[in-house]
Design a protein. Sequence first.
Length: 88
Amino acid sequence: MLKAQITVTLKQSILDPQGSAVEKSLRSMGYPIEAVRIGKFMEVRLAEDNVAKANEIVQEICHKLLSNPVIETYHYTLEQEHQKEVEA
């Protein structure tokens, strides 16, 4: 089983009002902030052990459902999910 950790953010050319509000608040609190961008983080466990197939699946679901390719960009990592033993 593989686990995908996916981050979706607005493209740099797209205005991020939520990020701007957080940036302004942090600056008013005295933090030396240069910029803030707000995004989404998702963790998806795949019933797939083949890394090439998992990459295809993740790219497809990101493009079709998890992001809006017109205004957002995404990146992800894949890692092997270790099964935890449960004691009865």
